[in-house]
Design a protein around this ligand. Structure first.
Ligand code: ADP
Ligand code: MG
Length: 396
């Protein structure tokens, strides 16, 4: 079903409540260290401003536990400051997200002005999707716009609950883009469709793998999960991370891929170390098997070449999960190599998953991808084929 988006509504003079994802990383001084999520919300905010809405923004930040010091540490003030710089206009920050003070600020808000409500999760009712709280949020809005893709997999008061208490609702441009790319990559991909799956654990990615095997022409496996697959095939993997209780599952996935005629590729060489440390010696093992004293920490150069060729020949590439312990330099080549191959590929390239997106960012290749999802957990749930509550309520 096509999503109704913000550009189909008449916003002039209306109180437009936009649920954004300003859950940004902060340093010790409380400065925003990565404003990507704020920038990702700009098209929707700017559209509403241009159309003379009274813009009310709301987000959560971190996981406040109700302690007084959390109020100071997890205030949206740094986000308000950064947003104001990006919009080149004042952003009014409320000291709460509900209550009389907020109602007054909203009454005084003029068309084309921006009000940012304080951290929604300062109220436990937000995550409980409390109906009264949702009603209270909705009481200051004529229109509800959800653009917080990163929390669309959660049914909270601001991401789902308030939908039924507003007159009009729509998706923002970020959610629209996410649904378009993640949906298209899996729904009707141009072929060959190559999926690359890595990361730490098979158990985190079972549904993702199952869904991708049902749709992709080839699935390239890397990261620590590769060793569980290799061990399941009887290949020695030394000290590598293996999920012993997932060997049977790995065998089933291999079987299913074979039955469906999907090429499931596993590493044929490895970059290993005696321990997962930056200072450990980097050893290239030119064999499927890993010696007993070593641990696989990245895909090897031969494997990278083979994966690179598949990526370059593809028409659609979806990537989730780093190929190795890329946070440490000796084991980063496979992950960055895959990112570079995607950047060069003529394919529609889509990246999902928090750590994978961070790797693409670190490689400086975000602009070379067709789409890098802003939602870690949400993009994975989407790829698993689940219905995200924050999107479902937009469709009802
Ligand atoms: P995403 O967030 O993109 O879904 P995951 O959370 O599944 O990705 O996995 C990312 C983590 O997996 C990274 O922190 C990375 O260091 C780790 N990892 C990948 N390969 C290995 C490996 N061979 N050994 C140890 N850790 C690994
Ligand atoms: Mg992760």
């Amino acid at each position: 079903m096509a999503l109704k988006t913000i550009d189909s509504l008449n916003l002039a003079g209306k109180r437009v409540f936009i649920r954004v994802d300003f859950n940004v990383p902060l340093d010790d001084q409380g400065k925003v260290t990565d404003d990507a999520r704020i920038r990702a919300a700009l098209p929707t905010i700017q559209f509403a401003l241009k159309n003379k809405a009274k813009v009310i923004l709301a987000s959560h930040l971190g996981r406040p536990k109700g302690k007084p010091e959390d109020r100071k540490k997890l205030t949206l003030e740094p986000a308000a400051e950064r947003l104001s710089e990006l919009l080149k206009q004042d952003v009014i920050l409320a000291d709460d997200c509900v209550g009389d003070g907020v109602k007054k600020l909203v009454r005084d808000l003029k068309d084309g002005q921006v009000l940012l409500l304080e951290n929604l999760r300062f109220h436990p009712e937000e995550e409980k999707n409390d109906e009264e709280f949702a009603k209270e949020l909705a009481s200051i809005a004529d229109v509800w716009v959800n653009d917080a893709f990163g929390t669309a997999h959660r049914a909270h008061a601001s991401t789902a609950g308030m939908a039924k208490f507003v007159k009009e609702k729509a998706a923002g441009f970020l959610i629209q883009k996410e649904v378009e790319y993640l949906g298209k990559a899996l729904g009707s991909p141009a072929r060959p469709f190559v999926a690359i799956v890595g990361g730490a654990k098979v158990s985190d990615k079972i549904k993702v793998l199952e869904n991708l095997i049902a749709k992709a022409d080839a699935v390239l496996i890397g990261g620590a999960m590769a060793y569980t697959f290799l061990e399941a095939q009887g290949v020695p993997v030394g000290k590598s991370l293996v999920e012993k209780d997932k060997l049977e599952l790995a065998r089933q996935i291999l079987e299913r891929a074979k039955a469906r005629g999907v090429d499931l590729l596993l590493p044929t060489d490895h970059v290993c170390g005696a321990e997962p440390k930056e200072t450990a010696e980097r050893v290239v093992v030119n064999d499927r098997a890993i010696p007993p004293n070593l641990m696989g920490l990245d895909i090897g150069p031969k494997t990278l070449d083979r994966y690179r060729q598949r990526i370059l020949d593809a028409k659609t590439v979806f990537w989730n999960g780093p190929m190795g312990l890329f946070e440490q330099k000796p084991w980063a080549e496979g992950t960055f190599g895959v990112a570079q191959a995607m950047a060069k590929s003529p394919a529609v390239t889509v990246v999902g998953g928090g750590d994978s997106a961070a790797a693409v960012e670190e490689a400086g290749l975000v602009d070379k991808m067709k789409h890098v999802s802003t939602g870690g957990g949400a993009s994975l749930e989407f790829i698993e084929g689940r219905v995200l509550p924050g999107i479902q309520v937009l469709e009802d």
